[in-house]
Design a binder for this molecule. Structure first.
Ligand code: HEM
Length: 140
């Protein structure tokens, strides 16, 4: 029976994936929650959205770098270089998404018009969502 062959992940796999997923929760979940709270935050004053965005950045950028570090740990732990070519293609697309997510979000923080801010925020969040979905597929 299938259930009899299932086993628990090792301690290091549990730590590695928990850190990766926790950082994804802060980076992506935080973006979605902050975007959802924005109409309420605006009612607190003209500079409230900027202050909240800056405070969120102090949490989200460290989470992004935890994602990158634990991501390389993931690749090494699963011996990505020995995986199938479809796995490595998905990994390559995921890396592209991570770069677009990081650059898009950075450009969002530097944008000077509301339109540019919105476009870069959307691009960063969309690319992160794709990276997350591809990550789940890579974990198999
Ligand atoms: C925006 C950044 C990222 C997000 C949102 C993200 C998200 C995820 C998620 C949700 C998983 C599935 C974990 C699971 O099901 O247990 C995963 C797995 C994985 N991620 Fe990421 N990730 C990101 C960045 C990276 C980076 C930068 C790398 C490599 C340098 C990477 C490499 C991997 C690998 C190899 C796996 C499979 C791990 C395994 O099978 O044990 N990730 N990722």
């Amino acid at each position: 029976m299938l259930a009899a062959t299932m086993h628990l992940a090792s301690a290091s796999t549990t730590i590695r994936l928990s850190l990766h997923v926790l950082a994804a929760c802060v980076w992506l979940g935080g973006q979605i929650v902050v975007a959802g709270l924005l109409p309420t935050v605006r009612s607190f004053g003209a500079d409230a959205p900027r202050k909240v965005a800056q405070a969120f950045g102090r949490l989200s950028w460290p989470a992004f770098w935890v994602l990158v570090l634990t991501g390389f740990w993931n690749y090494a732990a699963v011996h990505g270089n020995t995986m199938s070519s479809s796995w490595n293609t998905a990994f390559g697309i995921k890396m592209l998404c991570v770069v677009v997510a990081g650059v898009g979000t950075f450009m969002h923080t530097k944008a000077t018009t509301p339109r540019a801010r919105g476009i870069y925020a959307g691009l960063g969040t969309l690319a992160t969502m794709l990276a997350l979905i591809l990550g789940v597929a890579l974990a198999g």
